[in-house]
Design a protein around this ligand. Structure first.
Ligand code: MIC
Ligand code: SF4
Length: 645
């Protein structure tokens, strides 16, 4: 049997373990990316590792999330990231240069390379055949320091795209269809590799929309082959020399397969409050809308905004709709400014935002009370827009722009238009907002503002763990529930003591106090606990509040890794019905945890109920060592000390 693309790349980067689906493997990371809201923590951790220069082929620090500067905090964090990057040999993409995933795709992506990013949408670069994965900041810092990245060798799902998309049906509709079929938890432990005769009609920006939102499947990553369409993109970016052809063997083996007939696909929307709550737009056309937001790392390419401009040209945004648009990068913004498309967008009545994440992460533009917002983004989790009563629908740029004109959700396939000039032979290239690092980092002074506080470290694991159940939650809890992010909280990403006061705030505002009063304890949850972002703050804030273990039906990949890195024990119910028998404030004890961790199961006693139950531990040998040491930084310190002895 021949090889698929994923295993071809993994094989080249394997440094530990055997390449068999499900096995723990270590891989070499070629490139890393960070963004500012996870980057401060990642660089504090890198500094704690005491290395001079990064060992990766290329590492890039972006500033794109915390852009509103309502106080000194964000500006200080930007300066910290700029100086720490300069000192350690890391490229710095200045605020205003664009969203990390869009700029990375344009200027740094390389087919066949591995990329680790402290952002869950790092798989965007899979659009050009990179094996690109999201991770917590500590794992990215370790990769910068030259360490391997550990994952379970994935199952590879072939997504066979047949035929061609119809008029006004978009790449966004393809990934929404995958989400409809696979759900937000169906991708765990899998990589989605795209193939089929439909590929030739999909440009790199369209492919990147699909790999970007593949994160919502819970997948390890998604990838497209690197082919003629990829070469076209690299040529137009003036980076032909970094292009490499990369395709799966004809008889490649896949563990699973999905086929999507593109000719059959219709415009789709993800209804509140989950990206897999997917319906056909034609079934939602009576919904009146208050806001349309176009942008985010999913849909803010030149091609997307050219479509939006051509739809809006000569029309006005409906009087009851606020249309906001954030181009993905300075490259995109400059090009639409120069060719007049931006003028068409502005004269239709759109409000132009800077090239950044903006409303996608709640940095402004929260809808009004009970507002209905159509967004071209990738996540519509409860509360993420900043307005708890808002209803957010995720749609393509085509659906968004047409609906903005009519003031209600509108099926774009009823709109008559022939798009032109969606691609160019040459993108506008100006890398002057990407600062190359100093050659002699030792001379650079790292500037730290007063908002940067030390991050919490767990203590070495004790003989037994005991505590109360201080929170019981249901299925599909997101990291936006655990550690909400919005314009008010994002400036405190390097201040865990302050952030922890808001932990689980949208679900249970008394949680932080209860945790402190009870000196921590356990969290009990349902399926897919911790889905969504890579923010390790969703582990560090609970750690600060004394959380010792999380017992759930199943975990999302990145959050589970972040819990282990923080020294919090992730446990899964062996019998799912045991979830029903635990109540808030039950007293739990795990005896002899040090020895129990060495097995694949452990027993928890519920003292309140006088019962005991079994949980599964899906941990590698290394994970167990990390947990016993009280987290990854402690574990690494112990390795260094042992070497010194
Ligand atoms: C997101 O889209 O949720 C974020 C904000 O980009 C996060 C990172 C963060 O929380 O800073 C992500 O996707 O990992
Ligand atoms: Fe930024 Fe939104 Fe993309 Fe996250 S999903 S990186 S917040 S644009």
């Amino acid at each position: 049997m021949g090889k698929n693309l994923v295993y071809k790349i993994l094989e080249k980067h394997l440094v530990e373990g055997e390449l068999v689906p499900g096995n723990s493997i270590g891989i070499k990371i070629d490139q890393t990316l960070t963004q500012d809201s996870t980057g401060t923590m990642a660089y504090l951790q890198l500094e704690a590792m005491d290395i001079d220069q990064v060992s990766t082929k290329r590492s890039v620090a972006f500033v794109d999330h915390n852009m509103l500067q309502q106080g000194f905090e964000n500006a200080d964090d930007h300066k910290y990231i700029q100086t720490v990057a300069d000192k350690h040999g890391i490229y710095f993409s200045r605020p205003g240069n664009g969203i990390c995933h869009q700029v990375f795709l344009e200027r740094f992506s390389v087919p066949g390379d591995t990329l680790l990013g402290s952002d869950s949408h790092t798989p965007t670069a899979g659009g050009v055949g990179m094996l690109a994965m999201g991770a917590g900041g500590l794992d990215v810092a370790l990769a910068m320091a030259g360490g391997a990245y550990y994952i379970n060798a994935p199952k590879v799902v072939k997504v066979n795209l047949k035929g061609k998309l119809n008029h006004m049906v978009a790449a966004k509709d393809i990934i929404l269809e995958v989400l409809r079929r696979v759900t937000v938890k169906g991708g765990v432990g899998r990589v989605f590799e795209y193939g089929g005769d439909g590929l030739k009609y999909l440009s790199v920006p369209q492919r990147a929309t699909i790999t970007n939102m593949g994160a919502e499947l819970g997948a390890t990553t998604s990838i497209f082959p690197s082919d003629e369409r990829t070469l076209e993109f690299f040529k137009a970016q003036g980076r032909e020399d970094e292009y490499l052809e990369l395709i799966a063997d004809e008889d490649a083996e896949y563990q699973e397969e999905i086929t999507i007939d593109l000719n059959e696909l219709k415009p789709l929307a993800a209804a509140p409050h989950s990206p897999d709550n997917v319906l056909e737009v034609e079934s939602l056309t009576d919904i009146k809308i208050d806001q349309v937001a176009i942008g985010s790392c999913t849909n803010s390419s030149y091609e997307d905004l050219m479509k939006v401009a051509q739809i809006l040209k000569g029309h006005k945004v409906h009087k009851d709709v606020s249309l906001v648009i954030a181009p993905g990068s300075r490259q995109v913004m400059t090009m639409i400014a120069r060719n007049g498309a931006l003028a068409d967008i502005i004269s239709a009545g759109a409000r132009i935002l800077e090239n950044s994440c903006g409303p996608c992460i709640g940095m402004g533009q929260s809808p009004g009370t009970d507002g209905v917002s159509l967004r071209t983004f990738n996540r519509n989790f409860y509360g993420r827009s900043g307005t708890l009563s808002a209803s957010v629908y995720l749609v393509s740029p085509e659906t968004a722009a047409v609906s903005a004109i009519y003031g209600k959700l509108t099926d774009p396939s009823t709109y008559d238009i022939e798009f032109e000039n969606l691609t160019v032979d040459e993108f506008f290239v100006d890398d002057s907002m990407i600062i190359k690092p100093s050659i002699t980092g030792s001379d650079v002074e790292v500037i730290r503002g007063p908002n940067i506080k030390p991050f919490p470290l767990s203590a070495k694991l004790k003989e037994s763990l005991e505590g109360k159940v201080i929170l019981k939650v249901k299925d599909n809890i997101t990291t936006d529930h655990i550690m909400p992010s919005n314009a008010k909280l994002l400036p405190f990403r390097s201040n865990i003591p302050y952030l922890s006061k808001f932990c689980f705030n949208t679900i249970d505002e008394y949680f932080p106090n209860r945790a402190l009063e009870n000196k921590g304890g356990f969290i009990v949850g349902g399926e897919n606990y911790g889905q969504g972002s890579s923010r390790e703050h969703a582990a560090l804030a609970p750690l600060y509040l004394g959380v010792k273990g999380v017992i759930v039906k199943s975990f999302a990949r990145i959050h589970k890794a972040n819990l282990i890195n923080s020294g919090i024990i992730p446990m899964e119910f062996t019998n799912l019905s045991d979830y029903d028998d635990i109540d808030m404030m039950d007293d739990l004890v795990i005896e002899d945890i040090i020895n129990q961790l060495d097995s694949s199961h452990l027993i928890i006693n519920n003292l309140t109920k006088g019962t005991s139950f079994e949980v599964k531990l899906d941990l590698s040998e290394k994970d167990v060592k990390v947990l016993k040491a009280g987290g990854k930084l402690n574990y690494m310190k112990s390795l260094v000390m042992n070497k010194a002895l």
